[in-house]
Write a protein that binds this ligand. Sequence first.
Ligand SMILES: *Cc1c(COP(=O)(O)O)cnc(C)c1O
Length: 352
Amino acid sequence: MSKYLSKRAQNLVPYTYGEQPKDKQYVKLNTNENPYPVSPKAIKAMDNYPKGDLRLYSNPACEELISSIADFYNLKPENVYVSNSSDEVLALAHLAFFDKGDKTIFADVTYSFYPVYANLFQNEAIVIPLNDDFSVPLEKFTGEAKGILLPNPNAPTGLYVELDEIEKLIINNRDKIVIIDEAYVDFGGESAAKFVDKYDNLLVVQTFSKSRSLAGLRVGFALGNKGLIEGLNRIKNSFNPYSLDSIALIGATEAMKDKEYFIETRDKIIKTRDWTTDELTKLGFNVIPSKANFVFASPKDNKAKEIFTFLKENGVLVRYWEKGRVSNYLRISIGTDNDMKILIDTIKKFYN
Ligand SMILES: *Cc1c(COP(=O)(O)O)cnc(C)c1O
């Protein structure tokens, strides 16, 4: 490590992403990408973008993208913030709402970026263990702190918390920002966006990466009370005012407007998820009920690690963490019907 690094950089424990091996063609079920192509309307709009215009800065106000999102959620543009990925939204939210030493509350089994942010922004993490069945003990998400971070559905379990429970959490914590990370909410859950007008301590964070097949375009957004959105813009405009490029702005706007395609692909994924859950259950797995585009599944014979390795050797990538209470679980992203058939057939081969 270079001696020129700041103490902050020296002490970081960066996020580890799912592997992206290039040695052969894999069925890639390890990063929760959408198996379906980008909306054809979004592709067309991006193709038609006059590339010579990249000479100019992108539009920092992002009005069209913001309106398309506001329309979708029946909110006002002042309730919408956009930037370069929801990971960036989450990072800038830490800068907007928490000071060094402030406490943030999140679960022990959750999006693994939260402890990374706590570390980077020097917040004190209050880690609440999930119940044995991975349900979230929301009554414990309280006490002296500046904010709460909760993915709904949770990652990597896929478990969804009903909206009335989320509303209780917001009401019980009016002294804190409650950040609901809805990266997966489109796959069967309902968005807390409808509470944005009612509670000024709610920030809903979403992404185009999962349900809108645009992981590579890097577009995320937040929905919240006007004051919170202004706070995020204060940070953005002190950090990277042109955080979305011109092509991303156009692609994301058209994808958001293409509701029909969104519903069609989302429904296919939900159907394939249910089929995959049934097949894994027949093979003796315990599958946590998922409202996401992945399932979290545990083989009865404690062989998660062996199955993970066998799948990889046979060209199927899933996610496995060799740690604590999730060490006998596989997180399997939902691909096409054919992808999932290959997955199930390969697991059958493992057992034969
Ligand atoms: C994928 C994911 C994100 C990040 O999405 P990007 O917009 O691609 O950065 C955020 N939160 C959770 C829980 C996720 O799973």
